[in-house]
Every structure is written in C-alpha cells, then in structure tokens.
Design a protein around this ligand. Structure first.
Ligand code: MG
Length: 398
C-alpha cells in the first residue's frame, strides 16, 4: 500500500505513545515520525529519538531539557529541541506532519489539539478528554479547517469502522461495550475498602493509570458516551452501554432497519490506533487474528448504575452540555489524582464529582468559548480539592 504518513506524536512515552511507535517500527514503508513530545521521561524519550530520528522533540517538564539535550548530544543531525506547554503546541503544528496522534492524558491535550486543527492536521484522537471538555469549541474548528478527527479509542474506532458504508442518516443507535473494570465481580459493599493497587488491575486492557482507574469506576464509559455524542452526533437517548466482560466486541451500531453491526478483535489498542493512522486504507499485519472458537462465549449484561454512579453523572453532564462536560471531566481528573495519591477513598471519586457538578449547575451556559471552558476546568479542580479536605472518607491502604 502506497501511503506514507508523517506523524507527530504527543505523549510518546505513555501507553498510547509507545504502542503508536510499535506500529511505526513495524510499518516503516507506511509511516514515519517527524515530531515527538513527552512529559518528563527523558530516558525513554532519548531512546525514541535515537530510533525514530524525528525533526522536532519536546519535553513538557522544562527542568528536564538540559538532561534531554545531553542524552541525545551525539545524534546527528540534531533535532530541534523544545520544552514546556508551548513546546508541545509547536510539536502539534509541525509543518511536515500529516496527522497528530494525541496520546496526552487529560485536559492537558486540549490546547495542542486545537493548535493542530488550526494548522490543518488530521487528528488521531487518543485523548478523549479533549473532545469531552472542548467539544463546543473543537467541533466548529474541525468544520472550519476541514480536517479529519479519527477516533483511536477502541469503542469509537469500532463505531467508526461499522459506519463505513452506512449512508448519512442511517445510524439509529450506538451500543458501547464495557469490560466492567477491575471490580466487576466485587460486591458493591466491598467497594468502600478497595485500594489503589486493586483499582489498577484491569482485567482485559493494558493502559495508563488514569484511564485504568476510570475503567474501575466506569467513568471511562461515561466519558465515552459524551465522546460518542460529539463524534457521531447522536443524542444521549440513543447511546447505550452494555457490559461485555470478554472485551471482544469493541462496540456496535444499530441502523434504521434494526440491523446491528459490530467490530470484533482481541483487546489490543494497536488495532484502533493503526486504523486511525491508515484510514481509509487497511494495512496487513502479522498480529494474531481473532479466533472465535478459542473465545467460545460472548456474554452481555446490563450495567449496574447503583454500584457505578459515574455513568449517570456523565449522561447528566452530557445532557446539560455547555461547560458541564468540562466540569465533570476536570472533577474526575482531580478526584482520580487524589485517589492515586491515597488522599481520598475509591467511593469519594463519584461523590466529589457529583457535588462539584451540582455546585456548577446554576452557572452553566450554552455555547461557551475556550476561555470559559478553561475557567470551568480550573474551578472544578479547585472545588474537588477543597471538598476533599473537608469530607473525604478514610483512605484504605495496604
Ligand atoms: Mg475506550
């Protein structure tokens, strides 16, 4: 296949970043890396620079720039070195890049993604928070600049793949599948006692820490509902969640005549990433094909909203629209960070998010601009922190 796509990769040392680079390394005739940005992992970033020889490199943690410079001093030609948030934004608008992979965790991905869209880059969206918080600003920009937003989240990639060949107006309902996360078989009364280590054990997918906690609370699925609303334009009454513990069907669509289409595969993030990069082409891989006989059984069950209140919080924030999804997302990011630091208990996560969204309700406005979204994000983080100091439950550690 004769595509060569030039990739700018944001978050190169994280889970999405390293898997993207695996794909590039296995398909050198199709992809090349022109720019890399990472948070603070100098050692791995330097290795990546050595292997992929990008033209531009950025590290978000400015204090690490001298270390990075030293670690790659012997490489010729030297890439352009950048640092800080502005450095990440420069990586996002690298002139040579065709597509920007946004593997940065959380709302920190928003400004670089906006910069990439304005520079006319296609986006392989591996950072759902960008669209959830920034939807009201990001969607009009995509229209204006005529770029493609290619989902790399496994569920949204599945929906996107199922939609190929479905005419406009043909889509009737989206069914997002959820593994059920680390605590799917734990009785609800045990949830108050779970530790960070317990929550980080995902049954099916290997992912970063933040998203693994989001999977354990099922907020990840709630965020994906909002992401699906923005990506595919259905209202919230037509986006449903079903628990599918095997994670073989990555999501489904129902079309107007009630036919259902599904996308299946092993739980491997590289597949949706590859399709986001190769779209609309299909690239041959030597990955293990799905073996239905080996899988044997696929099962489905209703999500438990009593046990996992985060899904309903996300639906409510999505329906409230305006800045509320940004508030929900920021409150969640802050609560998850506090949980990972063992400052709050697992069940404090949904409680703090709900209290924060309730407090924001009267201020919410439709059609916010970027400044209002960023202000709402900041406000929500502060709320969660101050609420946690007055009311957090006893933290369980082992
Ligand atoms: Mg997902």
């Amino acid at each position: 296949m004769a595509i060569v796509k030039a990739i700018s990769l944001l978050g190169s040392t994280g889970s999405i970043g390293t898997q993207t680079l695996d794909i590039v390394a296995s398909h050198p005739d199709q992809f090349r890396v022109v720019a890399l940005a990472a948070g603070s992992n100098v050692e791995l970033l330097a290795q990546q620079v050595r292997q992929f020889r990008p033209e531009r490199v950025a590290i978000c943690d400015v204090s690490k720039l001298p270390d990075l410079r030293e670690a790659i001093a012997d490489i010729t030609p030297q890439p352009t070195l950048l640092a800080g948030e502005e450095g990440i934004v420069e990586i996002a608008r690298t002139p040579e890049a065709d597509v920007v992979v946004t593997g940065i965790v959380g709302c920190a991905g928003l400004l670089p993604t906006i910069a990439a869209i304005k520079a006319g880059k296609d986006i392989a969206l591996a950072n759902k928070e960008t669209l959830i918080a920034g939807g009201p600003v990001v969607l009009p920009l995509i229209q204006e600049h005529g770029i493609k937003l290619l989902p790399a989240d496994s569920e949204h990639s599945a929906i996107f793949q199922c939609l190929q060949g479905v005419p406009a107006g043909g889509l009737r309902r989206i069914l997002l599948t959820a593994s059920g996360g680390a605590f799917r078989d734990l009785p609800v009364e045990k949830l108050a006692q779970v530790t960070v280590a317990d929550a980080l054990k995902h049954p099916n997918w290997s992912m970063g820490r933040k998203i693994t906690i989001d999977s354990a609370t099922l907020m990840n699925k709630g965020l994906e509902v909002i992401e699906a609303h923005y990506l595919f334009g259905l209202d919230y009454d037509h986006i449903d969640i079903v628990i599918h513990p095997q994670s073989i069907i990555h999501s489904l669509i129902e079309v107007q005549d009630t036919s259902m289409l599904a996308q299946l595969g092993w739980a491997d993030m590289r597949l949706p990433l590859l399709y986001a990069l190769s779209y609309p082409e299909r690239i041959y891989t030597n990955w293990e094909p799905l073996d239905l006989v080996k899988v044997g059984t696929l099962t489905f069950r209703e999500p438990d909203h009593q046990k996992y209140p985060c899904m309903k919080l996300a639906y409510a924030a999505g329906r409230a629209a305006g800045c509320m999804p940004a508030v929900l997302n920021a409150a969640n990011e802050q609560a998850v960070a506090l949980f990972l630091d063992e400052k709050i208990a697992f069940l404090d996560i949904p409680r703090l998010i709900e209290q924060t969204c309730d407090r924001y309700h009267s201020q919410n406005r439709s059609n916010p601009d970027l400044e209002e979204i960023l202000a709402a994000d900041k406000w929500a983080r502060q709320q969660v922190t101050s609420l946690s100091q007055t009311s957090a439950a006893t933290v369980v550690t082992r």
